[in-house]
Design a protein around this ligand. Structure first.
Ligand SMILES: Nc1ncnc2c1ncn2[C@@H]1O[C@H](COP(=O)(O)OP(=O)(O)OP(=O)(O)O)[C@@H](O)[C@H]1O
Ligand SMILES: [Mg+2]
Length: 323
């Protein structure tokens, strides 16, 4: 559905050159739900805008829904929906009229445009709001309207740039419910961006981690976590000498990696924490180490980002927000 090779985009800002996207390769098969995850300024939106033919690449090529973004942008646009990072809805029309107008813009006939508008109102639970103006909607309702606008012409491929950013948890869950439903009912291929680690982890079947304009990891959340971060065993010892001996035992453990000691707390990465813990506790017992607490933890996508970049995505986020 998407095949991109060496996509690159530079921006000239005064005398400075910003390398927003640097040689991005991407293949997305029909029916996939792919999430771009990355900090502010990573190049997510720029990539989406190139793939949707809204922005010409500086170099590189891509075919999207079977059409070349450079030589056949009209062909691309007819087959995709795009919901930008900011709302696309104007404020002077009622929601239903917005949808009909959008359908007409895609070359649908009046009757067809009205039928599709009504379908979308039902599908995204906007029917009770059909006669209201977009300006009167809540953030979550407005995002649902944006998604409806992106779907009026029933594209097989939908791009969503941060569909849930800035929404409260309830509205986020609601938008997700609708995204997953339209995928189940229409089989739409979805490429979306998000800042929310948990969202990418729970909802996407494939996560593409982007940093400084490059893909730095690509896989299912489970795969990324087990390949790049691993599980963790954490034990707290009774005193410093116990902690030191616990760390020694951890280093000797089969498959263990990255043992760290922080005060009385010893952490160690292992492929499968649940399976490793009993043996680890036995070896500590045999070494006469007294253990106060013991716990296992699964890695998060933030651990993956940290392992890849040495930075926490959460920290990059707050740094980006402050800038
Ligand atoms: N029109 C533009 N002119 C100049 N620089 C731009 C332009 N658009 C994007 N950039 C720069 O390109 C880089 C990537 O921006 P982009 O919007 O793709 O990031 P993003 O990953 O979507 O970030 P965010 O999570 O904040 O939306 C940033 O450094 C940004 O400042
Ligand atoms: Mg963006």
């Amino acid at each position: 559905m998407i095949h991109a090779r060496g996509l690159t985009r530079r921006f000239k800002v005064r005398k400075e050159t910003v390398e927003a996207v640097r040689g991005l390769d991407l293949d997305v098969e029909a029916g996939q739900l792919v999430a771009f995850l990355g900090p502010n300024g990573a190049g997510k939106s720029t990539t989406l805008r190139m793939l949707t033919s809204l922005l010409p690449p500086t170099s590189g090529t891509a075919t999207v829904a079977g059409h070349d973004i450079a030589t056949d942008p009209t062909g691309v646009r007819a087959r995709i929906g795009y919901v930008g990072q900011r709302s696309g809805a104007g404020d002077d029309h009622r929601c239903r009229d917005e949808l009909v107008t959008q359908g007409l813009g895609y070359g649908l006939r009046w009757s067809e445009a009205r039928r599709r508008a009504d379908e979308m109102l039902d599908m995204l639970a906007l029917r009770p709001l059909a006669r209201r103006g977009p300006a009167t909607l809540s953030g979550g309702q407005r995002r649902r309207l944006d998604i409806a606008l992106g779907l009026v012409h029933r594209p097989p491929l939908l791009f969503l740039d941060e569909p849930t950013t800035g929404l409260d948890p309830h509205s986020r869950a609601d938008v997700w419910e609708h995204i997953l439903r339209l995928r189940a009912e229409l089989g739409t291929t979805l490429l979306l961006t998000t800042h929310y680690l948990e969202e990418a982890d729970n909802m996407a079947e494939r996560v593409v981690v982007i940093d400084h304009g490059r893909v730095i990891a690509d896989g299912t959340p489970e795969r990324l976590k087990s390949d790049l971060a691993g599980d963790r065993l954490t034990v707290t010892a009774h005193d410093a000498s116990d902690a030191a001996r616990a760390a020694e035992a951890a280093v000797r453990m089969a498959g263990a990696d990255g043992v760290t000691t922080d005060g009385l707390t010893v952490r160690v990465r292992v492929p499968n924490a649940g399976a490793a813990m009993p043996g680890f506790l036995r070896s500590l017992d045999e070494a006469g180490v007294k253990v106060a607490t013991a716990e296992t933890s699964r890695p998060t996508l933030d651990d993956v980002f940290l392992a890849l970049t040495g930075r926490s995505l959460r920290e990059s986020e707050s740094a980006g927000a402050a800038a």
